[in-house]
Design a protein around this ligand. Structure first.
Ligand code: NAD
Ligand code: MLT
Length: 526
């Protein structure tokens, strides 16, 4: 396997990659160069320097994973990667302390005019009154985004005896209390804070979260920080607020366009800037390089991705319980897909019993993968299965119930097409997937290989003639399971067969008196 590293990466990470793969490090490639180069690679490792565009992704025929050594994936077209079935993964923890420390450093430097005073003295000036500063103690710091970095900033600012306000729609009141943060809206923070720092991802909802309206509400002399992503604060609005004197100072590490050589912000004496240095510490670069290298090794060796952006990730401790259900879900998806003819319209996936209390997203994705793989081939994987279902207008409905009957956990897939509906239910026994019912028929099937599903009347002289048909066509039967029903009732027989069964032979089986239908179902992908 081949790995392309297109931004600089610490040696510690490169060494891990080199132990397993052929690694090429080529930095500073243009989009055209990457479009050409990417074709032969299985993994692409980047930092923030490489823009992984749709064009690059479309050209990447072998690519399985894009690994971002760092947090932000705004330089990757994640939708395009998802459609192509490429895992996008990041290393979100390795640089959070460095980014939080940089934010605090910028806040202190801005409060005491350290960069300006440094430049002044080095140009042989001795101007003590010009660089009068302010204390941060007792001042209110508004933190927008209280995730990994925002929380670390809060802890450190609490140590500086600042008052803390915060806004994050996804954190609980309990967590805010733990951090000593008073929660409020963005506009409430704008009105009350002396310092405002942003620590959200750059997404539709957070772009320009501080704009003219918010600057209008702020106290005169407010100090603004952005060590997250350019664009979270509207740079033109910030510039207007600096011009008007509303904003007293700003400390900016990240810009809409990097490098920001044409930005008017650089012309303001009260704006201090760094060239996207939040994660630039020896420790952070080693951490993210090691984390992303291990992630690439895991994925290219067929293992899970711990920090995938575009597939549900499963924590190792949960994996022990979920792994056999993930297999069950995929098998049930394959079986349902082959029992139903016509274009699929709706998949209803239900979890019953203990499994319903777990995070079942990875099971649902596996069921969709199994289902669509049979129709669309090997291009379907855990990454693109939900997107493919959506693009084909297949409605996916998930439901859960704690109640369970015979087994402590079961899952069922009800698949509806324009022509028919089938419901398959299964469980895990030991670590083995088992199908327990098909529609209303109760069965005990340990699914494997190729199987003939034959619905029949439970009466003498049905099973034998079916076996004769297969025997005379030289098809070996390696297993047989017959569903439970009273004599004369309708039930399901499953015959495991060792070779392919043609439509003509299936028709012959279907004509045996007492057989109502016969379908070949295969779990083999080739
Ligand atoms: P995170 O995912 O842990 O935290 C982001 C938080 O933002 C989450 O808690 C989320 O709930 C919150 N959020 C989402 N939408 C929001 C909204 N509309 N309003 C308020 N909060 C919202 O991410 P993180 O690891 O803390 O990283 C934060 C930012 O810092 C990212 O943009 C990342 O790219 C950037 N970063 C920059 C550097 C650097 O070198 N300057 C280094 C590391 C990370
Ligand atoms: C990140 O998102 O991790 C930072 O922007 C740091 C980097 O550029 O890698």
């Amino acid at each position: 396997m081949k790995v392309l590293v297109s931004d600089s990466l610490s040696n510690e990470g490169l060494e891990i990659l080199k132990e397993h793969f052929n690694v090429d490090v080529c930095t500073g490639l243009s989009e055209d160069e990457l479009v050409e180069k990417i074709k032969s690679y299985d993994a692409l490792v980047i930092r923030s320097g490489t823009q992984v565009t749709q064009r690059i992704i479309e050209a990447a025929d072998k690519l399985k994973i894009i690994g971002r050594a760092g947090v932000g994936v705004d330089n990757v077209d994640v939708d395009a990667a998802t459609k192509k079935g490429i895992i996008v993964t990041n290393a979100p923890e390795g640089n959070m302390i460095s980014a939080a420390e940089h934010t605090i450093a910028m806040m202190m430097a801005m409060s005491r005019n350290i960069p300006q005073a440094n430049a002044s003295l080095k140009s042989k000036e001795w101007k003590r009154s010009k660089f009068m500063g302010v204390e941060v103690k007792g001042k209110t710091l508004g933190i927008i985004g209280l995730g990994r970095i925002g929380s670390e900033v809060a802890k450190r600012a609490a140590g500086l005896e600042m008052k803390l306000m915060g806004h994050d729609p996804f954190i609980s009141e309990k967590r805010a209390v733990e951090l000593g943060v008073k929660l409020g809206t963005v506009n409430e923070i704008a009105k009350e804070a002396d310092y405002i720092t942003v620590h959200t991802p750059l997404i539709k909802e957070t772009r320009n979260i501080l704009d003219d309206e918010q600057f209008g509400l702020m106290k005169k002399g407010v100090r603004i920080l952005n060590c997250a992503r350019g664009g979270i604060i509207n740079e033109e609005a910030l510039e207007r607020a600096l011009e008007s004197g509303k904003v007293g100072a700003a400390a900016i590490d990240v810009f809409v366009e990097e490098p920001p050589f044409d930005s008017p912000l650089l012309g303001h004496d009260n704006v201090i800037v760094t060239p996207h240095l939040g994660a630039s510490t020896e420790e952070a670069q080693v951490n993210v390089a090691i984390d992303i290298a291990n992630e690439v090794v895991s994925v290219l060796s067929g293992g899970p991705a711990k920090n995938a952006i575009n597939i549900p990730s499963v924590k190792p401790e949960a994996m022990a319980v979920l792994a056999p259900y993930i297999r069950l879900a995929e098998i049930m998806g394959k079986i349902s897909g082959q029992l139903v003819d016509g274009n699929y319209e709706k998949v209803e996936i239900r979890y019953n019993g203990e499994i319903s209390g777990r995070d079942t997203r990875s099971l649902t994705v596996s069921a969709l993968k199994g289902l669509l793989e049979m129709a669309l081939g090997s291009g379907v994987n855990y990454v693109n299965a939900p997107a493919l279902a959506k693009s084909r207008k297949i409605a996916v409905v998930e439901s859960k119930s704690e109640s369970a009957e015979e087994y402590s956990s079961t899952m069922s897939i009800k698949l509806t097409s324009a022509e028919t509906t089938k419901q398959v239910a299964g469980t895990v026994v030991g670590d083995e997937p088992k199908i327990v019912s098909i529609d209303e028929d109760r069965v005990d099937i340990f699914p494997a290989g190729r199987m003939i599903f034959a619905k029949h009347i439970n009466k003498p002289n049905v099973i034998g003639p079916c076996c004769l048909v297969l025997g005379k066509n030289n098809i070996n039967i390696s297993g047989m399971q017959v569903g439970r029903s009273e004599v004369g009732g309708v039930t399901m027989m499953v015959l495991n067969v060792d070779s392919y069964v043609s439509d003509a032979i299936l028709d012959e089986v279907g004509q045996v008196p007492g057989i109502l239908s016969a379908k070949l179902v295969t779990l083999l992908t080739s």
